[in-house]
Design a protein around this ligand. Sequence first.
Ligand code: C2O
Ligand code: CU
Length: 450
Amino acid sequence: MLERPLFEPPALIDLDPSAGGVEVHLEAVEATHAFLPDRPTGVWAYRDASGPDLKATVPGPLLRAKQGDRVVVKFTNRLPVPTTIHWHGLRLPNDMDGTTASQRAVAPGESFEYRFVAGDAGSFWYHPHVAADEQIERGLYAPFVVEDLEAEPFAVEAERYLVLDDVKVEADGSLSTSTDALDLMMGRSGNVVLVNGQREPEILARPGSRERWRLVNAANGRYFQLELEQARFRVIGWDGGLIAEPYEVERLLVAPGERYDVLVEWAGEEGDRRELRTVHYDRGHDMPDPGPKRLLGVVLAGGRAPAPPEVPAALRAVPRLSEVISQTPLRRFVLSEQEEGGAGPRFFINGESWPFNRPVMVSQGQTEVWEIHSDTEMDHPFHLHGMFFEVLERGGVPELRRGWKDTVNVPAGQTVRFSVTYTPLGMWMFHCHILEHAERGMMGEVHVMP
Ligand code: C2O
Ligand code: CU
């Protein structure tokens, strides 16, 4: 019935029979993937290594755990280059964070065992933290769900993880090797937009039904400004799990690295078609509007669904991560860029360009307010490892919604403030999640000391 049914990455097979434990075997390999019909593209991808026949996919297999599970990921690198895995968003011990600040990269042919407790429920994702601009672009990214054991499950007909991306492919299907000046400035932009590695896939949904979507933007630089035809997004969660109270929007901006959990409901009749699309968002540098792009087709079929129950007005008590008092020390970060002759732009945080940065030294248990200012003509999605934060204000407008974030968009010329408590010890990275910016300097480290 559907021409291109949506690919939903299967979960990694759990080899640990005990309750409370998850053990999975994962490999990064060279593989092929059809972004365009009949024209396979050479990619780098994750594969479930628990069986010989399991194929590498883009996105990689879903890592699924329950809140509190002890997770063991036995990882083997079968790529020709060193790599690591970063568990984007999850709070875990520093030596499991998968960055070059926390471990030696896993060399070709080598293995590494990641062990952590999945303490936070939410929608996360995993990806390399070595040459991330290249490795994620080539296909190394995958969804990661930690199920909530405390919250009431939502009554939905389907729960899907939609991984948004774009890729630059040549007519013959090969991955483009060109990263032009505009790509360096805005993040590499693809000519094919993808949902779960596919161009314009489709789903079936019953008229009147409700679904839960977990959304992540895995693109190097593209911003997704999402719209649904004749439907709205009811936002129930952010990066750090469920938010305090749901809210509805017509348009949902998802910057690189961010996650949103939403409920969608399909009003309409049997046979109606709907679509999810991305529309222009002005992220700076006077980029022209390329017009809307279709992401996902929805076909209403299968008979009318019974009316879904009311969504509760309060989803969870979101504990304050940090007590903000007027005496809370303020730490300022200024994001800037500079043209460096023929070598293209370099990017800076407080005038320093990674890897030539000095770590910010802080004490465990302290709360501070971070003020991030974009001193450039463009937006930057700012990501902090190892900790959630609470957004206090964006561009002078107080944030009234209560929820946890690990990535926040800082609009061109504007300032965002958030509070954070330094709980976990170790060296944690923070950076712009436009991967070309991060790898060209817009990255730093905060060292939490006892
Ligand atoms: Cu999603 Cu430092 O990364
Ligand atoms: Cu940036």
